[in-house]
Design a protein. Sequence first.
Length: 508
Amino acid sequence: MADPKGFLTTPRRTPERRPVDERVRDWHEVYTGQSLLPIVSAQAGRCMDCGIPFCHAACPLGNMIPDWNDLVFREDWAAACEHLHATNNFPEFTGRLCPAPCESACVLTINADPVTIKNVEVAIADRAWADGLAVPLPPERHTGRTVAVVGSGPAGLAAAQQLTRAGHTVTVYERDDRLGGLLRYGIPEFKMEKHHLDRRLCQMRAEGTRFRCGAEVGGDLDAHRVIAEHDAVLLAVGARAWRELPVPGRELTGIHQAMDYLTLANRVCEGDLASSPISAEGKDVVIVGGGDTGADCLGTVLRQQAASVVQLDINPLPGWDRPEHEPWPVYPRVFRISPAHEEARLLGRREHWDTAEHGCVPLPGPQGDIRVFSASTFRFEGDDDGHVASLHLVGVEPTGRRPRAGTERVVPAQLVLLALGFSGPEHDTGVVPQLGLELDARGRIARDDAFATTVEKVFVAGDAGRGQSLIVWAIAEGRSAAAAVDRALRGTTCLPAPIRPTDQPLVV
């Protein structure tokens, strides 16, 4: 144990966020970054090095959390970097984007504040780059086998790096003009600046991984030809079949899928566009969906200077404390305030119209928060030009989600963003229909215990096989699928396989 009394003497402390009025005027990351380094060693010292570390059970990567907490406490950054990268290809991604189920499973969480595992992780990762410790690791010898990885999201990149380091010749095919998948065009810049992604790609190129952008397997590239030209093909195409909202008025202009909106905003940050053709500037905005994608839309809307914004969540308002039916160590549904929600509160982007003088009935929800819980959209109303003008919502019962009488509200909206999640990979276009891949009951690409599909030589990893999930699960899937591909090609493997295709998160 790093400090036997650390959890008693050192209170939990997290990195500072930049002032709201400063950060909403740019696209840089919310956190100050370097402000964490003077305190991270003491925070790592709060780890109790439990005999049974439940943080391991909550992390699909099997991160050696107590080990690198101890090393950070002792300020042995080189060893901490080695231990961290032993189980995670991209800790600077997960340290910024993962919701940290490991912290909910920390033993301290039983009656105190958990260790700041996520912040320690990103501090190690950033220190590794600053000290030149994240060096390329090319293979000592090549196997002569070739592998095609389709998709360059976190699952595809993790699998490609593992297979390249194992000695295979790996080519990553990406249909977009840049690499990264949703890491590039789905995650806003204020959550993760893209230079973190770019330097990992440079590392992978130095190791020997090949990349082809603008190459859609199942589109301009025939999938059968790709299979014929490689010894194995790993599909990591994600789950981009978004869910729709089939209500009256959906055909009105001004109603967009969240990912279309976020992609355009990211292209502005990449320099492709001077401004987004779908902008929230000066508009009343409604975000339908209460998840992480909705929060990403919220932060983007605020930076585009929307006049007002409301976020609708069909789920009931959660409490501040862990509910009894979600006991430790599972990840609980509690009321959380993301940086974007903090920004909306302090900027008052709801109050200016949510009053009688604007003809609106005040909406239910936490004081000052832009979220409305237990709310469902039942129709849109447009103006004379066919553009959305308002959204009609109704309150729903906590169970069964039946409409409640007398709860109808009209919310002004000139821009509506649908953030309702994804149901699986795209079924009607691309590689799935071209190869005739079988789908399971949930619309995911069917696979066996070795990540193999029903088509010979074709494997699947990430959201395409698991369904929409967290980045930490995508990386774990990529690592495990890489081990399965390596075993299929050579009869054995030394690559780690942290999860099985059937493993699930630690939930009730």
